[in-house]
Design a protein around this ligand. Sequence first.
Ligand code: AMP
Length: 513
Amino acid sequence: MAEDNHAIGIDLGTTYSCAAVWQADHVEILVNDHGNRTTRSYVTFTDNKRLVGDEAFSQAGRFPANSIFDSKRLIGRRFSDATVQNDIKCWPFKVVEGPADKPMIVVNHKGEEKQFAAEDISSMVLAKMREIANSYLCSRIPVKDAVITVPSYFNDSQRQATIQAGKLAGLNVLRIINEPTAAAIAYGIDKKASWFRKRHVMIFDWGGGTLDVSLLTIGHNVFDVKATAGDTHLGGEDLDNRMVNYCIEEFQRKHKVGIGGNVKALRKAKIECEKAKKVLSFSFEAVIEIDSWFNGEDFHTTFTRDMFEKLNMDIFNKCMEPVKKCLEDAKIDISDVDDVVLVGGSSRIPKVQELLQEVFKGKELCKSINPDEAVAYGAAVQAAVLSGNATGKLQHFTLSDVIPMSLGTEVRKEDLMNVMIPRNTKIPTKKHRTFVTLYDNQTSVRCGVFEGENKFTRDNNYLGGFTIDGIPRAPKGVGEVDVCFSIDANGILKVSAEVMSTGQKKAITINRS
Ligand code: AMP
């Protein structure tokens, strides 16, 4: 492959995104035009321009209803999903129901109302990451190939929609890989090859909006996600909000006037509080100064690390619950965990590290790689391997992943889940099963596809389905239909059915996006 034909890794995050590349035998993080190593996952539509990334974030206060973030919370989901309905209540932008239960984001741009799907917004963020790569690498050939990461609990539809976002951004998506797997690769490559002997690794990923805890077993380059737990609404932003509320109360006490729901004032405070929070991860004190905050009054206060910890102690404690649950689900004892890896900006908080160390009985935590960059780092390694750009210590590296949830179909009248591919099966994989007719003269069979671990399909997640007909009339038990589930390396599922006696076939690729 040509020297400057780069393949990049992209961590497409809920609040921030990060891109990296393998070159000259090491991983390089791609710095954006603001000099930052991570980029806000934001798109702002001003009166006449579309801004993406850090610039979009800095203008968001002026255009609150037109500044879109959190598209990762919507991607590949249905409008009627309970989580979507709950999230909508918290966003300053409008989301409406589109065709086929698809959530559509509404913005006003250039005097016109426009609707965007979540993958359109994510594609704009991905295109920005591609642009950052092009200007950073100054290569003659524009970057096209990329590996994009997703949370391991993302279902098929969310993975498909992420691939679609990549395509819309002009990228050739080499593969979608799980975020904890990417972080584990980063540590494996960074540390020593022997890391790839059989090990149990816990990935503690605490970002701006979500906490994802995963337990992986690594052996011979197979990355097996044994269990995942977390909280999709627990992140650094909750800490910022607590600090903002504290400041509001202080202001009210001093000036006898409330800030109320003043959007601009709240935003100003949030930016300053986030800065102070970051300072408190390496200093014991941080000053919050907000010029002309409200009614022309300035505000300043000093926050100590101690105050910060007291204010957020319940949140920090809450972070330990998924850690314990993940160990329980994986049936792995604390003492059998070889490594605990910190990922996500919020994992820099000393109190969280202290609590984690307590859980793991004083174990040293892996924090040698920048926590906001570990996922992109691992994705860049995988991108180099898949594109043939692997050099040096990457040359003999391969990777296998597993499916996070069981996949199956409905059998019989009682809607029992018939598991075709059990969770944690290594991918790619293909499984066949033959079903016989249940009634005399039955000419068709409904093939519904579900994911989940529950006994009944009604309790699992419906992914799609089809009806195959044309079965020749015969007594029950005679007509046979062969059902095949196959999953490619991206975790994308194809389901097909064939009437055995006639060879008639029907197939779907599961894609609700
Ligand atoms: P991520 O989504 O992984 O990029 O994490 C972003 C979150 O990490 C945001 O809420 C940041 O405010 C937070 N964060 C970044 N650096 C620090 C730090 N030094 N201390 C505390 N939180 C941080």
